[in-house]
Design a protein around this ligand. Sequence first.
Ligand SMILES: NC(=O)c1ccc[n+]([C@@H]2O[C@H](COP(=O)([O-])OP(=O)(O)OC[C@H]3O[C@@H](n4cnc5c(N)ncnc54)[C@H](O)[C@@H]3O)[C@@H](O)[C@H]2O)c1
Length: 345
Amino acid sequence: MSTQHSTPNTQHAKRNVLVTGGAGYIGSHACQALKAAGYTPVVFDNLTTGHRKAVQFGPLVEGDIRDGAALKAAIEQYQPIAVMHFAALIAVGESVEKPADYYHVNTLGAWQILNAIRETSVGGHLIPFVFSSTAAVYGIPASSPISEDFPHQPINPYGQSKLMVEHMLLDYAHAYGLRSIALRYFNAAGASLDNSIGLENRNPTHLIPVALEALLGTRPELQIFGSDYPTPDGTAVRDYIHVADLATAHVAALEHLLKADNSTPAHMALNLGTGQGLSVDEITASIERVTGKVVPASKHPRRAGDPPALVANSTKAQTVLNWKPEHSDVETIVRTAYAWRQTLS
Ligand SMILES: NC(=O)c1ccc[n+]([C@@H]2O[C@H](COP(=O)([O-])OP(=O)(O)OC[C@H]3O[C@@H](n4cnc5c(N)ncnc54)[C@H](O)[C@@H]3O)[C@@H](O)[C@H]2O)c1
């Protein structure tokens, strides 16, 4: 696991934020928002699914989060004021086939970062930590909208690997005073409003990029699983949040932690969604409306483990962070995703 540094930058150390996974989809948008808010994002990424060209807002350290020495070297060099941790393996189905990889990267990798924070701390002060968690920690909830205190019962290794990190954060808060926020995203969607970054996954599994590929003819069709759910049109309902809104929530979480005092809980988990569910059929209809093209689609039986509806109650995030989604209407999500998709070959 080699580490390469580019464009060293130590003079602005007070505004540096270490962003693991910052070359990926959501991490790169967080870097854009950090830059806009006056911070310098220092990306730490091994570029497995991330892209060098997505690192546009600060330096890149090429390294693996399982490499503790590389993490410590990056923290010592750049002296970040906080860490945002996005780096992970993210495919739910793959996590069932390869759980060892998921626990290794997602759980042990997070442990390595926390360890590096502890070992580089000055005077016992640990820099705060913002963590990419997921709605997958709720498994199949009994009802929707879902609030943070719903039971945590992940049904796959991906969700388990993330929930274990949340448990670590709670324990580190008690034992070492680590301040952290776990942000449980629902369905990230869309691309940057200036069309400079977006999802660049060669094998997308999420609805909108898959539907766009079908529409553009780079895959034969969109397969829709389940049309007999107890939802208004029978297709599954999810909560889609624009990636730019996720990004600003991260900056708000960072600033909340930076100004925290002893009355602030040392660890908390917050849902990030819109509170509005959209069905698969509603999304495909929006895509057809925005693009003027037809999404070729076929309907199939339900897939095991797919809940009928997953919608966030995100009032806690809105209150605590003084944040609200501003670009998560379906038109903006689809328009930006389509504009970005057209830039890819
Ligand atoms: N996309 C979603 O809808 C969604 C929903 C909930 C949670 N999340 C979480 O958000 C985070 C970012 O997801 P994304 O959609 O941007 O995925 P992504 O694959 O685009 O980004 C992940 C980044 O992490 C890097 N990475 C992976 N393994 C690494 C390692 N061992 N060392 C260093 N870097 C490594 C990749 O190169 C990539 O740049 C993940 O933690 C994911 O679990 C995503």
